[in-house]
Design a protein around this ligand. Sequence first.
Ligand SMILES: Nc1ncnc2c1ncn2[C@@H]1O[C@H](COP(=O)(O)OP(=O)(O)OP(=O)(O)O)[C@@H](O)[C@H]1O
Ligand SMILES: [Mg+2]
Length: 525
Amino acid sequence: MKEFWTTLASVMGVWAFFQSILHTVFPPELRFASLKLFHRFFNWFSAYCYYDITEIDGVNTNELYNAVQLYLSSSASITGNRLSLTRGLNSSAITFGLSNNDRLMDTYNGVTVLWEHIVTQRQAQTFSWRPLPEEKRGFTLRVKKKDKAVILGSYLDFVMEKAGEIRRNNQDRLLYTNSRGGSLDSRGHPWESVPFKHPSTFDTLAMDPAKKGEIMADLKDFANGEAFYQRTGRAWKRGYLLYGPPGTGKSSMIAAMANYLGYDIYDLELTEVHTNSELRKLLMKTSSKSIIVIEDIDCSINLTNRKKNSGSGTNSGARNNNNHNNTSNFDASVPGSGNGGEDGGNSITLSGLLNFTDGLWSCCGSERIFLFTTNHIEKLDPALLRSGRMDMHIFMSYCSFPALKILLKNYLGYNKGDLEKDLEEEFKQVMDKAEMTPADISEVLIKNRRDKERAVWELLEALKLRADKKSKEMMINATDLEVEEQEKRALENPKENGELQENCDKRGGDDDLENADQINDEKIN
Ligand SMILES: Nc1ncnc2c1ncn2[C@@H]1O[C@H](COP(=O)(O)OP(=O)(O)OP(=O)(O)O)[C@@H](O)[C@H]1O
Ligand SMILES: [Mg+2]
């Protein structure tokens, strides 16, 4: 035993001596070079090569890491021995994943690879602009050297594609918002997401069936149009502008589109974006197969440009008019005009927005839909409306009779032929005149949904009342217009002044509809 300890001590002594010689005799460069050589030598004889996929790549989240995690979750559920199970807040799907430092074999085109999930504690952070997660996570992929070409050539693309598919099929859509302003989360994301569970579909959407069919066909063509867009040299994106009065289903349409295509929604809050470059960064962080929505676009742009006018002082010259069209026309025709439209870097501009949808940056990523909504299309800048910018303008109108039939079916379970013929005729007669929105009609139907007959009867009454009111309003408006015309003519031609006074007096005495007819008759005579 004594002999053993003596031998061990002498071996240790020799090793320490050798190390001290190595340290003193060889400069550090040489030491590193010899270590590298040793590694090369070792790798030369190894049959494998290794790829590390870390969760955070520099400061950004590595999309490949997320994709691998999802991809493995599908195969892990079948073959893995130890799995970590996660279920996101409000999510209906359970995701399987590899536990920390666990391994999993996968086979692709006859090639077997080994995935290892490695989790280590992150060292105490020195200064950083944003906090990083406490754990350092990553996957290591072990591949046989001879299979390297297959793996790098197509396996990783396959993993990415499969992950996207799994997420779309198994998980809920995601609704992203930029309500945090420009700040990033610990994984470098400017968007916050929640599961998107809006129940609106094209089946529940009340609108003219022909128009609906057209939109659905357009969406399908877009989603299946990769080859077409490639062939024609166009970026794979499409723009829709939804316009119409409040309560006609613009937001419901967005949800229906997302549910139809299985896309995520990025709800872009323009008032939270401070500069054009911030807008670009947000765009860069959107994923493909998504709908980027800007609701009430007229309000957002108006707001920005009003701010611009008030702050631009002497520079405002030609654009000091607060009229929307004048203000936002500013450099709008030059979408690529860089920072020409920036307001000292404090606000986004129309040109920035056009760059967002149209410029070179809009093509980073693919298969994306840009969707703007507005209640006042007439307030929008012509630059936003010109052809090619928003590919399809969709008017969401007041409820028509075909749209009503969809609501009756959805809310009361009425099928074709369930409504009596004369009742149907009555509805047809008042529907267009009443100008009621699907939202208004839904309210009446929901309120009485336990009593179908009452619901229909009450709806018909409401429609008739509204139609009546509308036609009276129209007549009064026509009369007002007529009087205005006469006043104008009288000012231009003072001779007619006496006649005008007479008419005005008549109108002032009694503002009812009979009087309006009288004025019209006088004019005709
Ligand atoms: N076309 C429609 N089909 C079915 N339901 C509709 C339709 N339009 C409106 N509704 C009902 O009315 C409610 C409000 O509709 P929605 O929010 O989609 O209107 P909007 O056009 O986006 O209004 P706003 O311009 O005020 O944003 C919805 O919850 C939906 O139930
Ligand atoms: Mg809306």
